[in-house]
Ligand binder design. Structure first.
Ligand code: ADP
Length: 654
């Protein structure tokens, strides 16, 4: 039982500790998780929008630079000389033509070199749109675009749009694919044309200088893809200008329909519906957040792009998962520590309780020398000390009790011995008293029937006899009560006829009745069995004592004896019609030497032992005796005795 009790105490304490650790840890974890998640999202938002701002401004700067560079070349004196040559303002010889062409070529060459490969080509068209001179950056080798290559480019927008511009203005195209002799070059080379007119000394347009800006060169360093993020640059018609998958690029020029609006139609609606958006969750790719902005570089009306940066949710929540993992590990460590500390703590509490229980068990089995080991000074230690003090007190009390029991045993033995001596004394004394008394009564009897004695002497002799008889009765009553009380009265049940017993008593008591002029009624109910198994002497004594009292205390009227059967009980009722007994004496009269009125001893005689003997005998025979009486009305004594099995089998109603 203790095992179960301590185990439940143990588990309760450990559970309490675990909860004490788990609940705050969980609250802190949830709070930290929420805060760190929103912080991380805020960070990511800032990161993304600033990345977009940086990328946009870098691209715009690069495009602006390209524009300025072309403008710068167009305004150099070398170009001016060449423009005068083209418009025929200068007197020319072959020598000067060549010199001016060479100077211009050198200028264009240095332009390509100085711009670090940002431009693929630069060339000069004359006022009619023919290619006159140019330099081609073919994989880092600057090749001359020779005069044989003269082509009519008059219809190209970079000529037709630029030729009418005023000084200082530059035409910029949208993204185009580089062409050679009317065909798209392969591999595809995306470019933006920047062209501006050149003027002769009379400010007449002498031609157009055209540069081809390498778009890859602009984007490559600015918008780089990696595993967690990718960039899209989308043209105003939704086709991709920049995309990690090469085959999706330049749909507008190549005539295929790969567009943002086909890949991510819902997202396209959002992206084209607003100029900017922060970490908008993609509808088509739920694991992606998109940040986007519209980009329209100043003075470049042909460019209207959307820069879209897509970032995987995972890359943002990666840090959250990491912090969650850390929190989980921390919680586990805390839990383990709590369990270990808890187990040690619980053991330190449960061990002393177990020790107390074992000692209590040992004490219960009588081992009072057992003591609890005191291992600490805390409350449990104090409990152990108190327990030990209690054990010592119990031990002392038990010793005292043993001593008292021994004294009691000796006293009981002495009392028994005294009682034995008293009985012995009574037996001897009664014998010693009865013998001379019988002699006195006998001789007085003989003398009382003598005829030649003086009447006065005769009277005295009769008194001697009657007093002797009273004394004999008293002695035998004392002897009886003493035998009954000491338990030495042996009752022997034998089948007797109640009717014969009653007849005998009738004969005896009638004499008394006649002396006092009282009627004596006797009745035995038919239901009373013929033979009843009972101790005859005891039965006779009970009935005689009750009848003697009835006759003794009744002056007039009648005395009756009634014997009934009630089920398995024999009922004997003795009633009289005289003085009665007050209610408060109904119990007391059954005690030894107790009488209603001690003066009655003198009047009626008696010693107060008759009823005590009746009750003791009834008790010994498993029966009862009760009185119902009213002063002046008479009394009824009722004795009930069990009728034995023998009687029930052998006897039958008379
Ligand atoms: P005693 O020898 O005095 O009759 P008992 O024990 O027989 O002793 O009776 C005790 C007392 O009970 C009597 O002294 C008497 O006062 C009262 N008593 C007994 N029987 C009767 C009775 N039938 N009527 C009135 N009083 C009675």
């Amino acid at each position: 039982m203790l095992q179960a009790m301590t185990r439940s105490l143990q588990s309760k304490l450990i559970l309490a500790l675990v909860l004490a650790v788990l609940i705050p840890t969980t609250i802190i974890s949830v709070y930290t998780d929420r805060t760190s998640t929103s912080l991380l999202i805020d960070n990511a938002r800032q990161e993304e929008s600033s990345a977009l701002v940086v990328a946009t401004s870098q691209i715009v700067t690069k495009l602006g630079d390209a524009e300025n560079n072309v403008l710068f070349v167009s305004q150099t004196s070398t170009t001016k000389d060449y423009a005068n040559l083209l418009s025929g303002n200068r007197r020319t010889t072959d020598k000067t033509v060549n010199a001016l062409a060479e100077a211009q070529t050198a200028l264009l060459r240095s332009f390509l070199t100085n711009t670090g490969g940002a431009f693929r080509r630069i060339y000069v068209l004359d006022a009619q749109g023919y290619l006159r001179i140019g330099v081609d950056n073919e994989a880092g080798t600057l090749a001359l675009m020779v005069a044989d290559d003269q082509e009519d480019r008059a219809k190209e927008p970079y000529f037709s749009e630029a030729v009418n511009l005023i000084p200082g203005q530059v035409y910029g195209s949208n993204v185009e694919l580089s062409m050679t002799k009317g065909h798209i070059e392969k591999p595809y080379a995306p470019i933006i044309y920047y062209s501006t007119p050149i003027f002769d000394d009379y400010n007449n347009t002498a031609g157009v200088i055209v540069s081809e800006l390498d778009v890859h060169h602009v984007f490559a360093t600015v918008v780089k893809h990696d595993l967690n993020q990718q960039w899209l640059i989308v043209d105003s018609d939704g086709s991709y200008v920049w995309h990690p998958v090469a085959s999706k690029l330049y749909g507008r020029m190549l005539g295929h329909r790969t567009r943002l609006s086909t890949d991510q139609p819902q997202d396209a609606t959002v992206i084209f519906g607003m100029d900017t958006g922060d970490l908008v969750r993609s509808q088509e790719r739920p694991d992606t957040l998109q940040t986007f902005t519209r980009m329209t570089p100043p003075d470049q009306p042909n460019i209207d792009w959307r820069l879209v940066k897509q970032r995987s949710l995972h890359s943002i929540y990666g840090a959250v998962s990491q912090s969650r993992r850390t929190i989980c590990v921390l919680a586990l460590v805390l839990l383990s520590v709590a369990l270990v500390v808890g187990s040690l703590l619980v053991r330190s509490v449960v061990q002393p309780i177990r020790s107390l229980y074992n000692t209590a068990q040992a004490i219960m089995l009588g081992n009072l020398t057992q003591h609890v080991e005191v291992t600490s000074k805390d409350e449990l230690g104090q409990l152990a000390v108190a327990f030990n003090e209690m054990t010592t007190a119990i031990q002392k009390r038990e010793t005292d009790l043993r001593q008292q029991a021994e004294e009691l045993r000796i006293a009981t033995a002495q009392a028994k011995e005294a009682s034995r001596l008293k009985d012995e004394f009574l037996a001897v004394m009664s014998h010693e008293l009865r013998t001379p008394l019988n002699a006195i009564i006998g001789f007085a009897g003989i003398l009382s029937i003598s005829k030649n004695l003086d009447p006065q002497v005769l009277h005295k002799i009769r008194r001697i006899r009657s007093n002797g008889e009273r004394l004999l009765t008293l002695i035998s009553d004392i002897l009886d009560i003493s035998r009954i009380e000491s338990g030495r009265m042996q009752l022997t049940n034998t089948p007797i006829s109640i009717r014969q017993l009653v007849e005998r008593l009738d004969a005896q008591m009638n004499v008394l009745g006649e002396e006092k002029g009282l009627a004596f009624k006797v009745q035995v109910d038919d239901a009373v069995p013929q033979l009843i198994e009972v101790d005859q002497d005891a039965m006779t004594k009970i009935t005689t004592n009750l009848l003697s009292n009835a006759f003794k205390f009744t002056e007039k009227g009648e005395v009756s004896l009634q014997v009934l059967r009630q089920g398995s009980t024999l009922v004997i009722q003795v009633s009289d019609t005289c003085i009665g007994i007050p209610a408060h004496m109904h119990e007391i009269i059954f005690e030894t030497f107790r009488q209603v009125d001690s003066s009655s001893t003198r009047k009626y005689g008696g010693s107060g032992l008759g009823l005590a003997i009746v009750r003791q005998l009834c008790n010994t025979m498993n029966g009862t005796v009760q009185v119902s009486s009213e002063v002046g009305q008479g009394s009824t004594f009722t004795v009930t005795l069990p009728i034995h099995a023998y009687t029930q089998l052998a006897g039958s109603p008379a």
